[in-house]
Design a protein around this ligand. Structure first.
Ligand code: THU
Length: 132
């Protein structure tokens, strides 16, 4: 199994955990940190629709809880014809823990469909440096 296939398998596993009784749209996210740790997340919805959380937010919360704050790469996976790119809010969430090297891999269950840098995903972003 290639390196990339292992990440796809892991992200598929995260996606399969999604709690999505309302949208029925499963999303999984897996982060590899610069320190080599791995954290997963899935989207978790609830009856008050806007209060659901995205897969990326779950993975980021797990990462911070695990003591890491720098993302080397993040795999985001969903099904369907369109690329499942992180929503606007999640672009900012990922941005907080990114460097110019951070890669965002947009995946389907079959594999990586597109790889973007943070700057491509969220150009002219507002980040921690703006507050210095
Ligand atoms: N969703 C994510 O988990 N990540 C994204 O980047 C896009 C959207 C979720 C939120 C909601 O549970 C479902 O997908 C449909 O919008």
């Amino acid at each position: 199994m290639s390196h990339s296939e292992q990440w796809i398998t892991l992200t598929k596993k995260a996606m399969s955990k999604a709690y999505v009784p309302y949208s029925h749209f499963q999303v999984g996210a897996v982060i590899e940190t610069e320190t080599g740790n791995i954290f997963s997340g899935c989207n978790v919805e609830n009856a008050s629709y806007p209060e659901g959380t995205c897969a990326e937010a779950g993975a980021i919360a797990a990462m911070v809880m695990g003591g890491d704050t720098l993302i080397k790469q993040i795999y985001v996976m969903g099904k369907g014809e369109q690329l499942v790119t992180p929503c606007g809010g999640c672009r900012q969430r990922i941005r907080e823990f990114s460097s110019s090297e951070t890669l965002i891999h947009i995946c389907s269950p079959e594999g990586v469909r597109k790889t973007l840098t943070m700057n491509e995903l969220l150009p002219y972003s507002f980040g921690p440096d703006n507050l210095k």
